[in-house]
Ligand binder design. Structure first.
Ligand SMILES: Nc1ncnc2c1ncn2[C@@H]1O[C@H](COP(=O)(O)OP(=O)(O)OP(=O)(O)O)[C@@H](O)[C@H]1O
Ligand SMILES: [Mg+2]
Length: 298
């Protein structure tokens, strides 16, 4: 009898929305100073960030944008509150573990590029890979590939001062993405650039976002919000407005997840084929069926 067993699709194959939450901030507060000098850079700040969001953070000077990015980037700690990254509470983990997580998961782009002046740009780009265990040759190869992506391959051995501001920022973006982090944090990355260079830098960030990465960027320029999937306006350490321009379901997926899904589909197809029992070859005339078998093989 022909038996068909359909593989049971596990509940996991339908990814619950909560699995797409990358960052959760709950009651995050950052206080500086005491008594008369006490200031709150962040006040009971709550935020949920999904994978694939391109968030732009805006707001007046001093409202806490950089403080927020520094805490998300594990460069600074909140005075109190929870920070959950990929389901793990990272607010209280050791500085060593924070540094490891930072190296693996987060790439930074700053307004003033933050390149090391006495290193050629290829070595600047290779810097985040120092903690990864790759050999120096491998690190430089990866840096070279990252620079090529930003059309800077011919300038690998230039020093930062030999490049324009726009080129330096592209080097900084190459450095931010060289370790394939999941999160890119950019604090006014176009703040020191002319409009032409700003446009090039934003197009690069857009491409990185379309590959499924999550970007959180601070800007003072409302014109750049066209690139965002969500715009958050801050005021006095809190969220003033929060507007999503792209539905959660339509956010770009990380490429690795897409590949995993393809593999999963192929595995499911194979399982389905294996589950369909082929009809037994006829045993009436074994010689005939052997001949048929050898014809099939040909
Ligand atoms: N190290 C510090 N010591 C004391 N106060 C600080 C410190 N760092 C930040 N602050 C205060 O925290 C508040 C938020 O600062 P933050 O740098 O996050 O603002 P911002 O929104 O990034 O401003 P800008 O747009 O000017 O960059 C400000 O009032 C600032 O003075
Ligand atoms: Mg700032």
């Amino acid at each position: 009898m022909k038996q068909i067993i359909l593989p049971v699709l596990s509940a996991k194959s339908r990814k619950p929305m909560s699995e797409n939450i990358l960052i959760e901030l709950k009651g995050l507060t950052k206080r500086y100073g005491y008594g008369d000098t006490e200031t709150f850079a962040l006040k009971d700040f709550d935020l949920e960030i999904r994978r694939g969001e391109f968030i732009m953070i805006m707001g007046p000077s001093g409202c806490g944008k950089t403080t927020l990015l520094d805490i998300i980037g594990l460069l600074d700690r909140a005075t109190r509150g929870e920070y959950i990254l990929n389901g793990e509470d990272v607010a209280g983990i050791s500085a060593r573990r924070q540094a490891k997580l930072r190296a693996k998961k987060i790439g930074f782009v700053f307004q003033n590029f933050n390149l090391i002046e006495d290193l050629p740009i290829i070595e600047n780009v290779a810097l985040p890979l120092v903690y990864t265990g790759y050999t120096k040759t491998s690190r430089l190869k990866q840096a070279s590939r990252a620079l090529a992506r930003f059309h800077l391959q011919e300038r690998e051995y230039y020093y930062p001062y030999q490049l324009s501001g726009g080129q330096q920022q592209r080097v900084a973006i190459a450095r931010a993405i060289v370790g394939s982090p999941e999160i890119i944090l950019a604090d006014e990355p176009t703040g020191n650039l002319d409009s032409h260079s700003s446009h090039i830098v934003m197009e690069e960030l857009k491409n990185i976002h379309e590959e499924g990465n999550t970007i959180i960027m601070v800007t003072h320029n409302p014109a750049l919000t066209v690139y965002a999937t969500r715009v958050i306006n801050m005021l006095d350490g809190q969220i003033d407005t929060d507007v999503k321009t792209v539905a959660d379901a339509n956010l770009p997926q990380p490429i690795s997840v897409k590949i995993k899904r393809k593999k999963k589909k192929a595995a499911e197809k194979a399982a389905l084929e294996a589950a369909i029992e082929l009809p037994e070859p006829s045993t009436k005339n074994p010689t005939k069926s052997k001949k048929a078998e050898s014809r099939r093989k040909k």
